[in-house]
Ligand binder design. Sequence first.
Ligand code: FES
Length: 175
Amino acid sequence: MENLTDTKPVVSGNGKKEELIRFLDEKLEKGYYYSALMAILHKAQEIYGYITNEAIEEISVRLGMPTAKIWGVVTFYHYFTLKPRGKYIISVCLGTACYVKGSKRILNKLKEILDIELNQTTPDGLFTIEAKYCLGCCGLAPVMMINDKVYEKLTTKKISDIISGLKAESVNKLS
Ligand code: FES
């Protein structure tokens, strides 16, 4: 297959495209093409927060793969998202053990505090609420994860405190 590593990157100014291109180039230098697609898409989502048109175009050019094929992969796997997500991804468990222990109340409280629905992101880009159906720690129900951290034995009061804490943390980081 034609080596596409000499393709000149288009500078986007925010550094994300350049980071993706560096990752792509590493894969191409090691001789990976189609076999690296999943790893590249994971990296693109990590960089942008979701799969962007820009990422698809760049991957298509570098791998010599039609964009339609890449879109096919992206839309097949639920893990990939096509919408911007928040800095904090809140995954509320609605699996049986958590549901019995009141996770619906937890979800409703989150929706009320953040004023968004499931699978939506707050306008400030901070929070996205998603549902999961067992996070593997049923004994601690009801649980949720925020990014990689598990929050256990939740109550509506705990939810208010957690969200307030994260908002304060974000403000402090900006100041
Ligand atoms: S059902 Fe919620 S962690 Fe298993």
